[in-house]
Design a protein around this ligand. Structure first.
Ligand SMILES: [Ca+2]
Ligand SMILES: [Ca+2]
Length: 319
């Protein structure tokens, strides 16, 4: 059976579904292509994922692990499944702080989409050049721009980026909620790290001279690395542990026990109460391994810019 595909010849819009098949649309040419011929496409697809905002039908058809990108300079996005998880760490977890408990059952009621990587300098600079991000161009400390994760960006800066990205694409981009962040960082794991009970500098970028628990010391890189330098976690996300801390939407709360119902039931951001500081997650190139644990939390005032904090984005999916 023949299927119609649309090809936007200069910027193919390509998406991998969970089985790894490629869907390819050839609309502008109006060409009919037999599905078997799509075997020729993958090499092109890897290099050029994306480029237009998803249509409502495409959006509804998305499944977990599908990927998309909605403009040439937009971040690459991966769909994550709905689910329920225990947020926070058990009392027995080595290196934990009291602000990580008590553990709470939190539900993510429907799939949503999240940046596969931390936002890069390339992506940030496109925003600044495109009239967003207040035209701010953070220093890269001489470490290079490109696919290095952007840093020296405050929570306010991160909010400016997602506002620009939403305006540019006409779709809803935002920061993750703190609960969503921990959910996607864990990727179904209940261990301190998404890769298991410990972590090494072959799996993440952090200060390897301060290993976790009884692990052996690793590399001390003293700088960021390009995003995606290490393997992805079970949800397809890279660098949730280390490289740069990631700002989330939430205001700081000193424990999980008073969590509002909408946070518990929908993983909404917790933005009631005192919002003089905002949360970031995941640890950085400058932190010891314990700082990278999925449950670990940090905070700063929303205007603070420093050399170990960046962010990743979420994309709300309409159903
Ligand atoms: Ca990170
Ligand atoms: Ca902590």
């Amino acid at each position: 059976m023949l299927k119609a595909y649309t090809l936007r010849i200069q910027q193919p819009h390509i998406r991998t579904d969970s089985g790894g098949m490629l869907m390819f649309r050839l609309a502008r040419l109006g060409v009919l292509v037999a599905p078997g011929l799509l075997a020729l496409v993958p090499l092109v697809a890897e290099a050029q994922l994306s480029d237009w905002p998803l249509t409502p039908a495409e959006e509804r058809a998305l499944k977990p692990r599908d990927e998309f990108r909605e403009c040439p300079s937009c971040p690459r996005i991966v769909v994550v499944p709905a689910g329920t998880f225990a947020m926070g760490s058990p009392d027995s977890e080595e290196g934990r702080d009291s602000d990580e408990g008590p553990q709470q059952k939190v539900t993510v009621p429907q799939p949503f989409a999240v940046g596969k990587f931390e936002i890069t300098f390339d992506e940030w600079d496109a925003c600044a050049a495109g009239g967003g991000c207040n035209g701010y161009r953070p220093s890269d400390l001489g470490w290079g721009r490109g696919r290095q994760p952007v840093f020296i960006v405050s929570w306010d800066d991160a909010k400016a980026y997602v506002a620009w990205l939403s305006a540019t694409t006409g779709r809803t981009y935002r920061l993750l909620s703190e609960a969503e962040w921990e959910y996607v960082a864990r990727g179904g794991s209940t261990t301190p790290f998404s890769f298991g009970a410990s972590i090494s500098t072959r799996e993440a970028n952090y200060d390897g001279t301060v290993p976790y628990a009884n692990a052996k010391p690793g590399e001390l890189r003293q700088r960021t690395l390009p995003v995606g330098s290490f393997k992805a976690n079970a949800f397809g996300l890279h660098d949730v542990h280390g490289n740069v801390w990631e700002w989330v939407e939430d205001c700081w709360h000193r424990r999980h026990s008073d969590m509002p119902d909408d946070v518990r039931k929908t993983a909404a951001p917790w933005v009631s109460g005192d919002c003089t500081t905002r949360v970031f997650r995941g640890g950085s190139w400058a932190d010891g391994a314990a700082g990278l644990r999925s449950a670990n939390r940090g905070r700063y005032e929303p205007y603070i810019r420093n050399t170990n904090s960046g962010f990743r984005v979420a994309r709300t999916l309409s159903r």
